[in-house]
Design a protein around this ligand. Structure first.
Ligand SMILES: [Fe+2]
Length: 294
């Protein structure tokens, strides 16, 4: 029996590979993704004329990324974040027509099960020594400016020292996290401490990559939010801290000018008394606009 031997080489790459995957992949979406991936991957290898040493270094890098992952650490998400892919996927999937509050990345520090609080309380279970007290308030509205009664606002953040509760063994679980249910007036208000800029984890291969490429690992200070309400698009977003020096170089490419909150010193004694605040504090007013579910 004679068998025709196919010749594979520079002349028929990537066409030979594309023909094989194109002919045999049944799922249409998987086929579309695989064919585009193979096309771009081959073009990339040809463009940079990848050496065998570089190819093996890339294999070892991806291996190290996988080996760094466990149930608390997700190095692949960090890799995606630092290459701007997470922010791009978020943008493609969450167009807001210039009306709704913009989405941004979820990040790796969200945990379900945060305490449910009534409006006006503090989400600080254990304060940071030099933390700046901040009142965060505003409304959750629909695109016509009407309150979205019953929306649930989930907030989580790093401390004034730049650590999330799961990163600091001295913090109680869910410190600086909370869930609030929006009432008929659409308003929300809570007390917290001003979040500081923080570096993404650099003790793994992604840190090595950032260092090799001359990039810093810092994110500007921010509060994270997920806001959900029946009949509306889920909003995953941040309020960034104004005047943070990393606003123009976020390590994960997730800043948007529409999401910067203005922290202003507040001398409202009646508000301080109502919210049980002692000493100086700052205030941010920020309204969220939800879009109707598609
Ligand atoms: Fe964050």
């Amino acid at each position: 029996m004679s068998v025709n031997v196919k010749d594979f080489g520079m002349d028929n790459m990537p066409m030979a590979v594309l023909e094989e995957y194109g002919a045999k992949t049944k799922d249409p979406r998987l086929k579309e993704i695989m064919l585009a991936l193979i096309t771009h991957l081959h073009e990339f290898v040809k463009e940079v004329q990848l050496t065998e040493e570089e190819w093996f270094k890339a294999i070892m890098f991806l291996t190290a990324v996988g080996q760094k992952c466990d149930d608390k650490r997700q190095e692949f998400i960090l890799l995606s974040d630092t290459l701007g892919v997470s922010a791009l996927v978020d943008s493609i999937n969450n167009m807001r027509e210039g009306i709704g509050t913009e989405n941004t990345v979820l990040g790796p520090f969200y945990e379900t099960g945060a305490p449910e609080y009534p409006m006006g309380v503090s989400i600080v279970q254990k304060a940071t020594e030099k933390g700046v007290t901040a009142v965060i308030c505003g409304k959750v509205l629909d695109k016509n400016g009407s309150p979205v009664s019953g929306a649930v606002l989930d907030v989580w953040q790093s401390s004034s020292e730049g650590l999330y509760h799961m990163q600091d063994p001295n913090m109680p679980e869910h410190n600086l996290c909370g869930r609030f249910t929006i009432g008929a007036d659409g308003e929300y208000i809570f007390v917290t401490e001003k979040p500081a800029a923080y570096p993404i984890p650099t003790d793994g291969p992604v840190g090595v990559m950032l260092n090799a490429c001359g990039r810093h690992p810092w994110r500007p200070g921010h509060l994270h939010f997920i806001i959900t309400a029946p009949g509306y698009d889920r909003l995953v977003t941040h309020i960034f801290t104004n005047e943070d020096k990393y606003l123009d170089s976020d390590a994960v490419f997730a800043t948007k000018s529409s999401l910067v909150g203005e922290y202003k010193a507040c001398n409202d004694e009646a508000l301080a008394k109502e919210l049980n605040i002692e000493g100086p504090f700052e205030k941010v007013e920020f309204d969220f606009v939800l879009m109707s579910a598609k």
